[in-house]
Ligand binder design. Structure first.
Ligand code: UDP
Ligand code: MG
Length: 317
C-alpha cells in the first residue's frame, strides 16, 4: 500500500527541514511519497522543496503559480498524489506525523475510509484563535445542513475511494474538511493534542480565517437565507402593529402620540440595517454562484518537480 502525504506549504522555509526529517523518520517502515504543494511561496520554500525532490525519488513538489490558499493547495495535493491512501498534514508540525501509523492502523483494521484528527487541546495557539475556532465550529454545526465534525482540521487520512469522490466534486470554493464529511463513507475521529508551530509564524491571518469561515458557512448552510426571510417577516409584523397603533391613536385622539422623532429615527436605522444585512447575505450566496459560474480552476500549476516515474512505487528506504 502506497501512502501519500500531502503537505501544503506557504512561505515555510523555517520549518521544512524539520518537517521533512520527522516525516521521513515516521514513515520509514511504509511505502510512501511526500507531495509538497508550494502555494506560491515567496521565500526559499521553492528551492528547498526542489532540493528534496531532486535528492529523493519519493518526493514530489507541485509549485502553484501564485498563492491560491490552503484549501486549494490541499486540493492540488489530492489531484497529484498517487497513493492508495493520503494523509493531509500541515507543514509546521502542529499536527504530529507520529500519529500517521495510528491512522494507518485504524484504516487497515477498522476498515475506515477516513480517519480525521480531532484537536483535544491546542497548546500552540493563542487564546483568540482557540476561542474563535471553538465558537465557529459550534456555530457552523448548528447552521450546517448536515453535521460536520467539531474541532477537526484538515489533518486526516483519506483513502483512494474518498479521493476519487472528492475530485469529482465540481465546486470551486472548497472547504475540504466539510466536503469530506459530506462525502460520507466510513469515518472515525482520532483525538490528538495540537502542538505549537516548530518555527515561523502562522500563515493564516485573520483575513484568511474569515474567508475560510465564510466558505464553510455559505457552502454548507442555507439557513442564513431563511434567517433573512424570517427577519423580514418579523420586521413586517412589527411595522404592521406600529401602523395599527398610529391609526388607532389618530382615531381616538390619544394625546401625545406624535412624539419622539428619535425613536422613529432608531426604527429607520434599525430596519435599514436589517435590510442591508439581508441583501448582503443574498449577495454572499450570489458571490458563491458567481464563482461557480465562472468555472475557473481552483489553482494553476507552474511546474512539477518529481523524479519518480509515473506509476512506479517509490523505493523504500
Ligand atoms: N498554507 C498554505 N497556503 C496559505 C496559507 C497556509 O498552503 O495561503 C499552509 C501552511 O503552509 C501550513 C498550513 O497551510 O502548512 C496551515 O497553515 P498555518 O500553520 O499557518 O495555519 P494555523 O496552524 O496557524 O491555523
Ligand atoms: Mg499551523
Amino acid at each position: 500500500m502506497l501512502v501519500s502525504v500531502i503537505i501544503p506549504c506557504f512561505n515555510e522555509e523555517e520549518v521544512l527541514l524539520a518537517t521533512y526529517a520527522e516525516l521521513t523518520r515516521v514513515l520509514e517502515p511504509f511505502d510512501y511519497e511526500l507531495v509538497f504543494v508550494d502555494d506560491g511561496s515567496r521565500d526559499a520554500t521553492r528551492t528547498i522543496l526542489d532540493s528534496f525532490a531532486i535528492r529523493n525519488p519519493w518526493v514530489k513538489a507541485v509549485h502553484l503559480s501564485r498563492n491560491f490558499g490552503h484549501q486549494s493547495a490541499v486540493g492540488a495535493g489530492i489531484d497529484y498524489c498517487s497513493g492508495d491512501v493520503a494523509v493531509i498534514i500541515d507543514a509546521d508540525l502542529q499536527d504530529p506525523p507520529a500519529l500517521i501509523p495510528e491512522m494507518l492502523r485504524l484504516h487497515d483494521e477498522g476498515e475506515f475510509n477516513v480517519v480525521y484528527g480531532v484537536r483535544r487541546t491546542r497548546k500552540g495557539d493563542g487564546f483568540f484563535k482557540i476561542w474563535t475556532a471553538r465558537l465557529f465550529y459550534r456555530f457552523l454545526n448548528r447552521l450546517a445542513d448536515q453535521p460536520l465534525p467539531r474541532d477537526a482540521g484538515d489533518f486526516r487520512l483519506i483513502d483512494r475511494k474518498v479521493m476519487e469522490a472528492f475530485k469529482k466534486l465540481p465546486e470551486k470554493n472548497k472547504y475540504v474538511r466539510g466536503l469530506i464529511a459530506w462525502l460520507g463513507f466510513r469515518q472515525t475521529p482520532l483525538e490528538y493534542d495540537r502542538l505549537p508551530r516548530v518555527a515561523g509564524k502562522t500563515k493564516y491571518p485573520l483575513g484568511k480565517m474569515l474567508q475560510l469561515a465564510k466558505n464553510a458557512l455559505f457552502g454548507f448552510s442555507k439557513k442564513p437565507l431563511k434567517m433573512a426571510t424570517n427577519l423580514g417577516l418579523a420586521g413586517l409584523a412589527v411595522g404592521f402593529l406600529l401602523i395599527l397603533w398610529v391609526l388607532l391613536g389618530w382615531w381616538f385622539h390619544v394625546p401625545g402620540l406624535v412624539r419622539g422623532w428619535s425613536s422613529l429615527l432608531a426604527a429607520v436605522v434599525f430596519f435599514s440595517g436589517v435590510q442591508l444585512l439581508c441583501v448582503g447575505l443574498i449577495g454572499e450566496y450570489l458571490g458563491q454562484v458567481f464563482d461557480e459560474v465562472k468555472n475557473r480552476p481552483n489553482y494553476v500549476v507552474d511546474r512539477i518537480v518529481s523524479f519518480r516515474e509515473p506509476g512506479k512505487r517509490p523505493p523504500n528506504t
